[in-house]
Design a protein around this ligand. Structure first.
Ligand SMILES: [Zn+2]
Length: 285
């Protein structure tokens, strides 16, 4: 009885549904409506397809004339020698302070990277929103002993500007140390052969400082050297022209940074001078 009751209810419903389906099959929607439907579907598909990369792109900066990148200038990292004068003190950041800075930057979401890595990120249009480029001038062996392990610990990299004529001399990195710094993902940049004031150099002697040092470092790392640092921040237009001719892509000065890099002026990149006691938090605010 129950079966009969329910079928007596469902049978008419089934017939109505079948009739509706038959009508739809016999009289499909007019052709003109199809492209509209397709367009709508395509619009939705496109919206979905572009939504994902857009969301992802929020992690990255738009590559415009000025990019947001803070370039830091360090010299010595590590303990002060016994008879350190004021100049040496001014050029030194202790390993504890350096680690605090790298830790703070990491916690604040900064990506700490070399110019070589910055260059890749710009080309791939995947430059993180917050970037710090730590640079180390002169190639002191304390950079290898103290800065390198701390950078490694935080998955950070930096650019080390080496004076090639000083490699292996007392207080400076050796060739093997340069190789190891490079093998940990850091960049090796040139800081000339003899660290002269380049604004007073011209012709062959200028070329020699820029090209010879580049060739020496490229031989050590088996990789192109694209970054350069003007000794004591001294340069003029002629220096810039020869730096360009020597196929460098980035050159740093000692001018004070405002936190951005002008992509149309990559041969005069300003930097934040980091000396002992500098309050990074206040500096970046
Ligand atoms: Zn220097």
């Amino acid at each position: 009885m129950r079966v009969a009751k329910s079928s007596s209810f469902f049978l008419p419903v089934l017939m109505i549904v079948s009739a509706f389906v038959a009508v739809v099959l016999l009289f499909p929607p007019i052709d003109a409506s199809e492209p509209v439907l397709q367009d709508e579907v395509m619009a939705q598909v496109t919206a979905t397809a572009t939504a994902t990369p857009q969301a992802k792109n929020d992690q990255f900066q738009e590559i415009k004339k000025e990019i947001d990148a803070k370039v830091f200038m360090y010299h010595h990292i590590g303990p002060l020698p016994d008879k350190a004068d004021d100049i040496r003190k001014g050029l030194t950041v202790s390993e504890q302070e350096f680690e605090q800075q790298i830790k703070y930057l990491s916690e604040q979401g900064y990506k700490i990277m070399s110019f070589a890595k910055l260059d890749e990120a710009i080309l791939q249009k995947q430059l993180p929103q917050k970037v710090v480029v730590p640079t180390f001038d002169d190639g002191y062996d304390d950079n290898y002993n103290y800065a390198l392990p701390i950078l490694n610990k935080y998955g950070a990299t930096g650019t080390f500007f080496i004076i090639t004529g000083k490699i292996g001399k007392s207080e400076y990195v050796t060739q093997d140390q340069v190789k190891e710094i490079f093998s940990k993902g850091n960049e090796i940049g040139s800081h000339t052969v003899n660290h002269p004031s380049l604004d007073k150099y011209r012709g062959e002697s200028l070329k020699n400082e820029l090209i010879k040092s580049k060739e020496t470092l490229e031989a050590i790392t088996s990789s192109p050297v694209i970054s350069f640092c003007y000794p004591a921040g001294k340069y003029n237009q002629q220096t810039i022209d020869v730096v360009k001719d020597a196929k460098y892509k980035y050159a740093v000065t000692t001018k004070s940074s405002l936190g951005v890099i002008d992509l149309e002026n990559l041969f005069e990149i300003p930097r934040y001078r980091i000396s002992s006691g500098r309050n990074i938090e206040a500096m970046l605010r």
